[in-house]
Design a protein around this ligand. Structure first.
Ligand code: GDP
Ligand code: GDP
Length: 454
């Protein structure tokens, strides 16, 4: 069949080579202080003490690549939320809802020394409704004589509680075996086949117009996802036609529902954004052009770059942008977003649909840049000319020379340069600029690493 044809002749990737975007996702949920962070740290094998989160500070890292018994997976840590006026119960239930939406399976942590609480019961309801597989973990079972505590959790109706001590590691191996058994096997080979629809994340701070843009592009061209077998694995993704091509817009459920934009929801926004970016090949960062560019806009752009995804920057609400604002906007872009001058830019209005149709072209351009491969011969001819015309500055009587280079990877392009000494950051940036002038890489971050050879 078609899938088989696509995949034939393609070598199976080793677990280490599997991109994050194809890995199954396991989320850890539970009340505050039950030991979620301790458990996450245990799974990740981190030795450092649990970092106490400062209220009001957004944590950027919430998804981690983890491995157990040779199987890589993504671990989502939902421990970073804050208390608010609505009370703990509502907050924890909301957290569980999001975790369920973004994960393939859920580890529900309960404090065995406390026993089941009303809040735990609320979480159970959310988890039940979702139909996702759940592993019930009875934490703080530090010794055999605490096991009786764990037994009280049978009453939650989620089956057998797994007694663990996240603090000391007791029982965590068995628990992980059980958790991994709930996750689907990775079936993708080499990530997303290049002939299938490409995966797009629509990201940006609240109220910039993500949901309006999604509505504008879906409109009547919406394709029923079931029609194209095997293209999406997740009901939160949508297949959409833009610029005459189908695209998978990932994690759209949160954009459509708009339920978590209450005060203090920064953490959820960050969780969602990161999840969407990592599932996608190209991200559209939507920015409200009628407002000053904010710290949060810059952070989302940085998330995309750090994740090594292709990037399109979309300035929305252009219908509100007057002459004077246009002037200030350009200054702000020059000041705040100089590091991504390589990203395709579209000015549009989701409201009037002006220029919405241009998005497809930019997405395609960015993906092309992301996948560009420069043959080694051409690269070295280029590096030779560059080094002859602009040698590395002399430092301390020494002048590092580039011996040769190779493009080690695409998606995004990664270069390895072999040199006789360390190349300073300014020179590496200069090389990046010239690489872009010569070979394009429009819409893609580039990584350059240097290996020193005597
Ligand atoms: P979170 O709010 O759910 O992320 O909980 P933390 O991981 O921050 O843990 C809350 C407190 O419980 C900390 O003081 C931990 O040291 C403690 N704790 C976590 N796991 C265990 C455990 O297995 N046994 C005991 N005795 N204490 C634990
Ligand atoms: P999201 O939170 O990023 O999904 O943003 P929404 O799509 O919900 O939009 C937030 C607000 O901005 C809503 O009131 C929209 O009607 C408005 N909005 C979105 N796009 C435009 C636009 O192009 N022009 C104008 N004037 N308003 C817009």
């Amino acid at each position: 069949d078609e899938d088989a044809a696509l995949l034939s002749g393609v070598r199976e990737l080793t677990p280490d080579e599997l991109p994050d975007s194809v890995l199954p996702v396991l989320a850890v949920v539970g009340r505050p202080n039950v030991g979620k962070s301790t458990l996450v740290n245990r799974v990740l094998g981190r030795r450092e003490a649990v970092v106490q989160d400062t209220p009001g500070v957004t944590r950027d890292r919430v998804r981690y690549r983890a491995e157990w018994a040779g199987r890589p997976f993504i671990l989502v840590d939902t421990g970073g939320w804050e208390h608010d006026a609505r009370g703990i119960g509502a907050r924890v239930a909301e957290q569980a809802e999001i975790a369920v939406e973004l994960a393939d399976a859920v580890v529900f942590v309960v404090d065995a020394t406390v026993g089941p609480t009303d809040t735990d019961e609320r979480v159970v309801q959310v988890l039940r409704r979702s139909g996702k597989p759940v592993l019930l973990v009875a934490n703080k079972v530090d010794s055999p004589r605490d096991e009786a505590d764990a037994a009280t959790l049978w009453s939650l109706g989620l089956g057998e509680p797994y007694p663990v001590s996240a603090l000391h590691g007791r029982g965590s191996g068995d628990m992980l075996d059980a958790a991994l058994a709930l996750l689907p096997e990775v079936t993708a080979v080499g990530g997303v086949p290049s002939t299938g629809p490409r995966r797009v994340a629509l990201v940006g701070k609240p109220n910039v117009g993500k949901s309006s843009l999604l509505n504008a592009v879906t409109g009547t061209d919406r394709v029923v996802v079931d029609d194209v077998a095997g293209t999406t694995r997740d009901p939160v993704d949508e297949l959409v036609e833009v610029g005459g091509r189908p695209w998978v817009f990932v994690d759209t459920a949160g954009i459509r529902r708009r339920v978590h934009q209450t005060q203090g929801a920064d953490f959820y926004a960050s969780l969602r954004t990161q999840a969407a970016i990592e599932k996608a090949e190209v991200a559209v960062v939507v920015i409200d052009a009628s407002q000053p560019i904010a710290e949060q806009d810059i952070r989302v752009v940085q998330n995309v770059v750090d994740a090594g995804r292709a990037l399109v920057v979309a300035y929305n609400k252009w219908d509100l942008v007057e002459e004077e604002r246009r002037f200030y906007l350009e200054r702000e872009i020059e000041r705040e977003l100089v590091q991504i001058t390589w990203a395709p830019r579209v000015n549009f209005s989701a409201l009037t649909r002006w220029h919405v149709d241009r998005l497809g072209k930019h997405l395609a351009t960015a993906l092309e840049g992301w996948e560009t491969r420069v043959p080694t011969g051409r690269l070295n001819a280029f590096l030779g000319e560059l080094a002859a015309a602009h040698p590395h500055p002399v430092r301390g009587g020494k002048q590092p020379r580039i011996l040769f280079g190779t493009q080690a990877d695409t998606r995004p392009p990664r270069f390895v340069l072999f040199a006789t000494g360390f190349l300073e950051a300014g020179y590496r940036r200069f090389i990046e600029r010239r690489l872009r002038e010569e070979f394009g890489f429009v819409g893609s971050p580039i990584e350059i690493s240097v290996r020193v050879r005597e």
